[in-house]
Design a binder for this molecule. Structure first.
Ligand code: SF4
Length: 279
């Protein structure tokens, strides 16, 4: 059996950086809480919880003496203000790529541009980006949502970092016909497209494709959909226990990839489980 492992599988730069901040706190004995789950991966969230890092929904829930960790998705400016008002120390693990979008949105909207975000309205990264706009931010996930809307004459358009390029471009097409003075910044993160392209290539070659990640992770689900279109024997699994032992033959080429929120230890466990199948 041949096993191929994606070079871009697992944590992206921003998530790795946030996880490292959390583990640094654990080592230093700093009592911390994260604002929302640090990572969209239940096993890693549980591991952090057992190590003493819980997740809270607002700065108001932080216990006295605790430090608040802001995850890679970033937050709206009001969260920093609230933490400051409550005298809560903050470790800001906002991904630098996301922080750059915040600055862009603040600068353009302060200069009078409306802000348009192409992304999922409920995604925490998108909600945070919208919070940096001075005034209203329009959020569209699909070209159909744009039709019939009255839009300003001047606007900045940015993308959720994990949105598919095709989706961004299709919304952009419609916007170009509706907003005469449109500044376009393609803020899609390269980490996502690199992982997607690698998964496309791997799943085209493999007999069995294993995607490791949380069932609640949108980027992992997108990765799985990409693989399933090219490899009928594609599986989305969360842990090594879910390796489809009856679905793998000794002569198969098995490729493994993982979502941006899948930790390396989980990926290693899955690969070891597959290796052991025919030992
Ligand atoms: S996907 Fe890109 S922008 Fe988002 S956290 Fe990861 S590195 Fe940062």
């Amino acid at each position: 059996m041949k096993i191929l492992i994606g070079k871009n599988a697992g944590f992206c730069f921003g998530v790795k950086r946030a996880a490292e901040e959390a583990y640094r706190c654990i080592e230093a004995g700093t009592d911390c809480a994260t604002l929302g789950p640090l990572i969209h991966n239940p096993q890693e969230v549980e591991r952090l919880r057992q190590a003493g890092i819980a997740s809270v929904d607002s700065p108001g829930e932080v216990k006295p003496g605790q430090t608040l960790i802001i995850r890679s998705h970033g937050v709206a400016p009001e969260i920093y203000s609230e933490a400051k008002r409550l005298h809560i120390p903050v470790i800001d693990a906002t991904c630098p790529h996301v922080a750059a979008i915040h600055r862009l949105v603040r600068e353009y909207s302060a200069g009078g541009d409306a802000v348009i975000i192409v992304g999922e309205a409920e995604h925490p990264e998108v909600r945070a980006i919208a919070g940096w706009a001075v005034g209203e931010a329009f959020i569209f996930s699909d070209p159909k949502e744009v039709s019939g809307r009255v839009l300003p004459r001047r606007a900045l358009v940015v993308a959720q970092t994990t949105i598919k390029r095709e989706r961004f471009e299709s919304v952009l097409e419609v916007l170009k016909g509706m907003v005469p003075d449109l500044t376009v910044r393609n803020t899609i993160c390269a980490a996502t497209s690199q992982r997607q392209q690698e998964a496309e290539a791997l799943s085209a070659d493999a007999d069995v494709m294993i995607v490791v990640g949380g069932h609640n992770s949108s980027n992992t689900n997108k990765l799985y959909e990409t693989c399933r279109q090219r490899c009928a024997r594609s599986y989305l699994i969360e842990t090594a226990d879910e390796v489809p032992v009856d679905g793998i033959r000794e002569t198969d080429c098995v490729a493994v990839t993982a979502g941006a929120s899948t930790p390396q230890w989980l990926l290693d466990e899955v690969v070891n489980r597959i290796r052991q199948l025919f030992e």
